[in-house]
Design a protein. Sequence first.
Length: 220
Amino acid sequence: MKFRDYAKNIAETKSGMAADSSSAFFSLTQAEYAAGNFKQKVSEGSMTARVRVGAGIDNVAGVKLPVFTYYETGAATDNASLGLVGGGKKIQIVREKYTNLLQNLIKLASLQTSFVTLDEALKVTNRRVNALENVTIPKIEGILDYIARELDELEREDFTRLKLVQEKKKAAVKEKEAEEAAIAEAEMKAGKENVPKNKNKADPDMTANFDAGDDADVVF
């Protein structure tokens, strides 16, 4: 927005400069015609500057722009007696028009310098933006993609490693269970072999073959 304002003010000031310059030089010609050639008398004066240009700085979005200002020193006007013979009014008009022209020149210089400085800052910013968009950001994105791929690869490796560990644990459990089953089966077979063959037969009745008549003392 500020850049456009500078461009607009420069265009307006330049469009008015042509008319101001023509009017100032034409009034100078009229004054020389009315009062004669007074340039030598002006150059013979003390030449103390009544007008100076001040320099300042305007900060626009972090960009320091030079600003020129018009100010009067308050010095006494030299050659005040010019035009006493004739043409004094014309000389006064020349002084006013050239003062106005000088103010416009200072304003235009300030606007033009600020415009050029801001334009250079914008070009630098655009180059930086292009570098970020075309170099830095793609490089960072490539690094992030590489990191993501590496993390995915590590995750897959961890998953595969955990799967292998779980399979080994399952195999070890199955092997242990098989060993325990084999041991139990072997113990069971060994137990069966140690059992006597007549263990399952009924014990003989000791009183079956006893005859009470053989023993008179035994009463049933």
